[in-house]
Write a protein that binds this ligand. Structure first.
Ligand code: ZN
Length: 336
């Protein structure tokens, strides 16, 4: 029990994803004391997922010999905006999650104060409080995976807008009339600078244009969106033309988005994470930065923005949810 020696408060953080639930116990300094993991099994419906999330949280606590009562509060990161009344807005990948009573269920199942937050927002908040963004005042974060998650922090708070649904960073339009996005619009940043967007280009090059590529052996079933970042790295390092072109395009467009965020918000830092950048950050960051530099106005605001890689990896959402719970608990309960 040496890790508890500080005697400070402990918080729970839960990351509910489309395929897995990751729960963790964290202290006030962002140290992860223990974790537990389960499959989401979203097809079993909303209430069953909430119950599994609570059980996963309990298992993480038990690893440290704790009970849920030892946690001051629990934060839960979910793939949907969470409204002020604790209900979910919408979660396209989870059936039954539209206008669902997230916090009511979680508080029933855990008997603790619970706070909900969008998973992309949680990841950025985690980096802001405990990771690469520590010390920055205005932070923009982008996580490149199947989609683009992210968010914005300003002087200690997440910016979620008056509708609690803002900061959908991947859905700004970077190419009018361009590639179709999963959201139904055309030309979103996510349609170019995510793995899904990149997969569209790779499939076009290999299947329609007949370009030879290592990727066709690595992904024999042609579903390039599921390609592992480690395989992309291998193809990139082997100077596979299709992989190099597709990844450079992804980085180029991410830079287009970064320029828009800098011009709009004037952040002192931008953190970029997610599987693609965990594997290929060194190779892709210079392309992102040059693309952003060319499009930021005024140019001085580019120089004032530190663009750096995220640090928390798979723990970002859970730690961010825990940090968010700590922040909200102190605002609402401690201060009345
Ligand atoms: Zn979109």
């Amino acid at each position: 029990m040496a890790k508890k020696a500080s005697g400070g408060r402990l918080f729970g953080g839960i990351d509910v994803g489309g395929t897995k639930i990751l729960a963790m116990v964290a202290d006030e300094d962002g140290n992860v004391l223990s974790t537990a993991k389960k499959k989401t099994k979203g097809e079993q419906g909303f209430k069953a997922v909430c119950e599994r999330a609570a059980v996963t949280m309990l298992e993480a606590a038990e690893v440290e010999g704790l009970a849920l009562e030892d946690l001051t509060a629990i934060g839960i990161g979910v793939p949907t905006p969470v409204l002020p009344d604790g209900t979910t807005a919408f979660a396209p990948n989870l059936p039954g999650w539209k206008n669902a009573p997230l916090i009511k269920n979680m508080e029933t199942f855990t008997t603790r104060h619970c706070y909900g937050v969008n998973d992309g927002n949680a990841g950025v908040y985690g980096e802001y409080v405990f990771g690469a963004g520590k010390g920055s005042k205005t932070l923009v974060g982008l996580f490149v995976g199947t989609g683009i998650g992210g968010g914005m922090c300003f002087h200690g708070e997440l910016i979620v807008g008056e509708n609690s649904m803002a900061a959908e960073m991947g859905h700004i339009i970077v190419q009018e009339g361009g590639r179709k996005c999963g959201c139904g619009h055309k030309g979103c940043l996510e349609a170019y600078a995510s793995k899904t967007g990149m997969a569209r280009r790779i499939a076009w090059e290999i299947i329609q244009e007949g370009r030879a590529s290592l990727l066709s052996e690595m992904v024999p079933n042609g579903s390039y969106a599921t390609i592992k970042s480690s395989a992309l790295l291998e193809a990139y390092r082997s100077e596979d033309g299709v992989a190099v072109d597709a990844l450079r395009e992804l980085a180029h467009y991410l830079g287009v988005g970064v320029a828009a965020y800098i011009t709009l918000l004037g952040p002192d830092m931008i953190v970029i994470g997610g599987g693609v950048f965990e594997s290929l950050g060194k190779e892709l960051m210079p392309i992102v930065k040059e693309s952003a530099r060319q499009r930021t106005w005024p140019e001085a605001s580019y120089k004032d923005t530190k663009i750096t890689l995220a640090q928390l990896g798979d723990h970002a959402v859970g730690l961010g949810a825990a940090a968010h719970a700590m922040h909200r608990f102190d605002q609402e309960v401690m201060n009345g």
